[in-house]
Design a protein around this ligand. Structure first.
Ligand SMILES: Nc1ncnc2c1ncn2[C@@H]1O[C@H](COP(=O)(O)OP(=O)(O)OP(=O)(O)O)[C@@H](O)[C@H]1O
Ligand SMILES: [Mg+2]
Length: 162
């Protein structure tokens, strides 16, 4: 199952992030298990912008910076642990062990990973994969694909709230 959206401008991408936040909130399945969401697309395609919109909708106040060097940034929002990862600078998939991502996978926790390809399959199967594609200077196409039953539940909430 997948859903596609057009985002004209950064605010539209932020709004889609907020929409995913609401869908996650409404999904009992997503509250009951750790959710892994991968964000794929070229540099500047809007992945961090999307995460900022999602975090803001969950109540985060303040800037959302790309964890370019730390690779991971933890947040506590809406009674859940959220981890924003950017693996662009991962030198080797073995480094993932040092990040301890596996320990972060608790019920209700949310792991958002930019550049998941750098992990070369070591992240495990995502619940949802989001693709960001350039469709012009300020236009992007976002494709949400559910990859697990929990991901499908979230996607169903996402499509219901239009
Ligand atoms: N429709 C759009 N959606 C998202 N960002 C847009 C859009 N139009 C223009 N932009 C601009 O593109 C840039 C997107 O940057 P962002 O950091 O979100 O990309 P990214 O995919 O996380 O890149 P990286 O791979 O370097 O982490 C921002 O400067 C933003 O203002
Ligand atoms: Mg980014």
């Amino acid at each position: 199952m997948n859903l596609q959206f057009a985002a004209e401008g950064a605010d539209a991408t932020r709004a889609l992030g907020a929409r995913l936040a609401n869908a996650l909130r409404m999904s009992a399945a997503a509250m009951a298990m750790p959710m892994l969401v991968t964000l794929s697309g070229d540099l500047g395609a809007g992945k961090t912008t999307f995460v900022a919109g999602l975090l803001e909708a969950l109540g985060h106040v303040g800037p959302v910076r790309s964890p370019t060097y730390t690779l991971i940034e933890p947040y506590r929002v809406d009674d859940r642990d959220l981890y924003h990862c950017d693996l662009y600078r991962l030198r080797h998939p073995d480094e993932l062990d040092d990040l301890g991502l596996r320990d972060l996978r608790r019920p209700g926790s949310l792991l958002l990973v930019e550049w998941p390809e750098r992990a070369e399959g070591r992240l495990g199967a995502p619940d949802m994969a989001i693709e960001f594609e350039y469709a012009g200077d300020t236009a992007r196409a976002l494709v949400f694909e559910a990859r697990s039953p929990a991901g499908s539940d979230v996607l169903a909430h996402l499509s219901a709230a239009s």
